[in-house]
Design a binder for this molecule. Structure first.
Ligand code: PLP
Length: 389
């Protein structure tokens, strides 16, 4: 890897390996039985439009959470019949826009959303609806719990012409396991049987399986992916987490009660904890570069915690990693598993530090050589800079 191209500005960077999308998809195709089921990319996990362009040919559609995500996809030429809309915080404006654009499906999250949508019945053309069912892996604010579910079907009893396409459920971050998944399928099955009259004939199920990075998954018998109704899986992390690196230069190294390094970077770029809920391992999650060029061997190493430039407790990017004993300012830390929930899951304007660049790499099919291209947004401004005309 030509690290110099990425580090020469001395500001943090993200690097996405586009070639890995193909192999991740090949794995997920088997794991999720995509002969029978469908795959939607969860745009919230990384809405970088160059990345979405690459992902487009591998997925059946895109799951969005907001008006802006919808606008971005439409502007980009994505067919609205390949778009679903989930999430607890849909604005009325976003729902209206989704209906006016005939997106494929809306996953209804609350009684208020259901009532709002029912009032707009006449605007529906091709959009399907499902109810999001609350599962134990999620906080209880999300989707319909048992009481809300009964109330929803009381409302639907009075709406003869309004039929649901199916049910929706998200298992929670990295919460996937075969028994839990089967438990959720049973719950959905049970709900459909209780209220069968309120569903269309050709029922579909929509599930965010909450898979970890594919690096944590292994292929085993997936007979349970042969559910009686086709499933549309919406996922982010498992498709793109391991394609991304985040690099940040070290500003200072300090001996406090333990050794710490302060980076030009942090939670304002990496919004979601890097530590996997699944493994809680932190040793394989980063490596180090000297002079922004060469990987430093960690054969003689010591325990160090890596902090962002804010340096408060919640800005600890990784606690207790093995680092080279002579780590110093000017060295770089490069974090693995940063393809999802990075830059746009964070608060990039906080303290106005350097904004990271975004690059992508792939092997050029004609020259067979590795290339690096800039895929960052061209007109992004940090809040502070927006005042400078
Ligand atoms: C409703 C819903 N679907 C899908 C996803 C994508 O999840 P993951 O990145 O774990 O695959 C999320 C993530 O929060 C979600 O809330």
């Amino acid at each position: 890897m030509d690290w110099h191209n990425l580090t020469k500005n001395n500001t943090p960077f993200f690097l996405y390996d586009f070639d890995k999308i193909k192999s991740n998809h090949a794995f997920l195709e088997k794991f999720l039985n995509l002969n029978r089921n469908k795959l939607f990319y969860s745009v919230k996990s990384n809405p970088n439009m160059c990345l979405i362009k690459k992902i487009d040919s591998f997925v059946d559609g895109f799951d969005i959470s907001s008006f802006i995500e919808l606008q971005a996809l439409l502007k980009f030429g994505i067919n609205p019949q390949r778009v679903s809309f989930s999430g607890p915080g849909k604005t009325n404006e976003a729902i209206l826009s989704a209906l006016n654009n005939n997106i494929k499906s809306i996953h209804i999250d609350s009684i208020d959303e259901l009532n709002f949508i029912i009032k707009l019945k006449d605007k529906f053309q091709d959009t399907d609806f499902s109810l999001r069912i609350h599962t134990k892996g999620e906080e209880d604010k999300l989707g319909f719990n048992e009481n809300d579910l009964n109330a929803a079907f009381e409302i639907l009893k009075k709406e003869d012409s309004f039929k649901l396409k199916g049910l929706h459920s998200y298992l929670g971050r990295e919460s996937f396991s075969k028994p839990y998944f089967n438990e959720v399928l049973d719950l959905l099955d049970n709900t459909i049987n209780r209220f069968r009259d309120h569903f269309k004939k050709d029922i579909e199920i929509f599930i965010g399986p909450g898979l970890p990075s594919v690096t944590q998954l292994s292929l085993d018998a997936n007979d349970y992916m042969n559910y009686k109704f086709p499933i549309t899986f919406e996922l982010g992390r498992s498709l793109i987490s391991n394609i991304g690196l985040y690099g940040a230069p070290i500003l200072s190294v300090k001996e406090e009660s333990q050794k710490i390094a302060i980076l030009n970077g942090g939670i304002h770029h990496l919004g979601s904890s890097l530590l996997s809920v699944f493994t809680q391992k932190n040793q394989d999650l980063c490596f180090f570069l000297r002079d922004g060029i060469n990987r430093i061997s960690t054969s003689s190493n010591e325990d160090i915690s890596l902090y962002g430039s804010l340096c408060l407790g919640h800005d600890c990017i990784l606690p207790h990693v093995r680092a080279p004993i002579d780590l110093k300012p000017g060295d770089w830390v490069v974090f693995n598993e940063c393809g999802s929930y990075g830059l746009t899951a964070s608060v990039p304007s906080f303290i106005g530090q350097d904004f990271p660049s975004e690059f992508a790499t792939y092997i050029d099919p004609s020259t067979k050589k590795s290339v690096i291209i800039d895929v960052g947004p061209k007109n992004f401004k940090i809040y502070h800079e927006s005042f400078i005309l």
